[in-house]
Design a protein around this ligand. Structure first.
Ligand code: HXC
Length: 523
């Protein structure tokens, strides 16, 4: 009998079966046991994370069939599914993103040369296509068996992080260990998301610390999610669960442009909620605290505001809201914490945010109410001069529309630093309650009237009189208004109206700066 030739159809279905078999094997990751261990640790498998974060059914995976090329320490006979990382593209809120997720079930998500090649490929796509990059980190760090090749891989990643900085948003999600030099990719990116009990970031782990310093410390206290949100400031968003973390990422992406040339398409304007009454929030007593976030919410559309680094340096508040349908970056002193003083950390926090807004053409609104810089040896020795200078630099350098509202206190260096006219604010509006002076009335009177106070029959009475004299003269916005340092004094209830108008007429702002390769900010 003559042998029947395979038809196109039968050949095709054989090939399809082979593809299905190969795909099924590749997506198994490290296998059932490793996946069960991952889940027992409260962590989702890599592809599940991606599918939960991206719009349903939108994920396209690449390099699923990559093989590692390590030939030492028994690696030559080992197969590692996808080499421990999943890469691809998809959409969030209907907008394209590039993503990678390390798969801890495969060799602990450790980074070998092909693993790095996959990550750098998706990084190159994201930069070329001008779409946000999201990296989900869950890894034991450099793959020990691959030696310098894995170190080289990290170097290639860091280089691309730097190249993409200011062009596309880069988001790092820490969903497991992130050890050794591996933490430097997240540190180079714009937003770091962490989840309680799951995220761990450190350069040298507990074992190294014990062997070198003889100190015992557990991983959570060394570099857990809270540590990086409250103490180091390395993380920007804290979540209780992976699901909550994904919701936060989606919310953030709804505010920020996909790349630095994207023109904002305004959404429909919504009025702030009635419960935020701007003229009822700020107490008349200049020393009484209040939550400046309520002021922000009395300005933003639908009173929505996404706060960044909420738990670190809370004496300054930064984040995004919309005004007239457009995203605005808010920088606001927080009188509820340390009276809203500026210090090393709050200067760093605001300066980096201002530079981000400027790079991505997001207008900046500054709400000012602070008594100046935090005094003390600790701050001086921690470098408040250098750190404070970053804030001056960032505001001066920014060419996006910049609007300042002085609510109450604007004393000393803080008055200049918080986006004053002198650093080229486009608009400075002050409330009638504003006090613009070199320092607070008590301190000022004690210095300039020291002789009169000391020599008076009743020094306390004299001090009171002199404080009042100083207050009458300087603790108001009109001396600054008379010089044109502020544009006008506005009733608090008109704040949103003035901001809306200022932003509207700034849409085509043009500001040229001297030609230079780049400046040298006080990093
Ligand atoms: C190769 C690794 C690995 C690594 C983990 N694994 N880390 N393989 N290279 N770096 C493997 C383990 O051998 C194990 O394989 C599997 O992943 C799971 O690891 P476990 O240790 O069983 O998991 P767990 O108990 O949860 O502990 C996770 C961990 C621990 C804390 C991350 O694995 C660890 O301390 N790893 C080493 C961390 C580290 O020091 N990395 C190098 C940093 S230096 P099997 O086959 O048993 O399942 C660095 C330099 C970068 O990164 C420089 C850039 C500038």
């Amino acid at each position: 009998m003559r042998k029947q030739k395979p038809t196109i159809m039968s050949l095709f279905s054989k090939k399809i079966s082979e593809l299905q078999e190969r795909t099924a094997k590749a997506v198994q990751g490290g296998g059932d046991k490793a996946i069960a261990k991952q889940i027992a640790m409260g962590k989702l498998p890599a592809r599940e994370r991606i599918n939960k974060l991206l719009d349903p059914g939108s994920f396209y995976e690449y390099d699923l069939f990559i093989e590692h090329d390590a030939r030492e320490f028994g690696m030559e006979n080992k197969s590692l599914a996808g080499d421990g990382v999943v890469i691809g593209t998809g959409t969030i809120n209907g907008k394209p993103v590039a993503i990678y997720a390390q798969d801890f079930t495969v060799a602990g998500g450790s980074l070998g040369s092909m693993h790095a090649r996959k990550i750098t490929k998706i990084m190159d796509y994201s930069l070329r296509m001008r779409i946000p990059l999201i990296g989900i980190n869950d890894s034991g760090g450099a793959r020990i068996q691959e030696g310098v090749n894995s170190l080289a891989g990290y170097g290639e990643i860091f280089f691309r992080n730097t190249l993409a900085s200011g062009v596309i948003p880069q988001i790092s999600v820490i969903l497991g260990p992130c050890a050794g030099g591996a933490v430097y990719s997240p540190a180079l990116t714009d937003y770091v998301f962490v989840v309680d009990k799951i995220s761990k970031m450190f350069i040298t782990g507990p074992e190294v610390i014990k062997s070198v310093l003889g100190e015992e410390i557990d991983m959570e206290s060394l570099g857990g999610a809270r540590v990086h949100c409250e103490t180091t400031g390395n993380a920007h968003f804290f979540a209780e669960s992976e699901e909550q973390c994904f919701d936060q990422i989606k919310e953030l992406l709804s505010y920020i442009p996909a790349h630095n040339q994207e023109k904002q398409e305004p959404l429909k304007t919504k009025e702030p909620l009635k419960k935020y009454k701007i003229d009822k929030i700020v107490p008349a007593d200049p020393t009484a605290p209040y939550d400046v976030r309520d002021v922000i919410k009395s300005i933003t559309d639908n009173s929505e505001f996404i706060e960044i680094q909420e738990m670190w340096a809370p004496n300054i508040v930064i984040g995004y809201g919309r005004v007239g349908g457009r995203t605005v970056g808010f920088v606001a002193n927080q009188p509820m914490v340390l009276a809203g003083v500026l210090d090393c950390d709050s200067s760093d926090k605001a300066a980096r945010f201002i530079r981000y807004c400027d790079a991505f053409e997001i207008p900046i609104v500054t709400l000012e109410d602070m008594p100046g810089y935090l005094p003390g040896v600790d701050q001086e020795h921690a470098g408040v001069i250098r750190h404070g200078a970053k804030l001056l630099y960032a505001y001066s350098e920014a060419t996006v529309p910049k609007v300042t509202i002085i609510l109450r206190k604007a004393y000393g260096g803080g008055y200049i630093a918080m986006n004053s006219r002198h650093l080229r604010a486009d608009f400075v509006f002050a409330w009638p309650t504003a006090e613009i002076a070199v320092m607070g009335p008590e301190g000022a009177a004690n210095i300039i009237f020291r002789k009169e106070i000391m020599e008076a029959a009743d020094p306390n009475e004299m001090r009171k009189q002199k404080v009042q004299e100083y207050k009458d003269k300087f603790a108001n916005p009109y001396v600054a208004a008379a010089k044109g340092y502020i544009d006008t004094v506005i009733p608090p209830a008109d704040t949103r109206k003035f901001i809306l108008h200022a932003l509207e007429i700034s849409t085509n702002k043009v500001l040229k700066r001297p030609v230079k390769k780049h400046g040298v900010p006080p990093f």
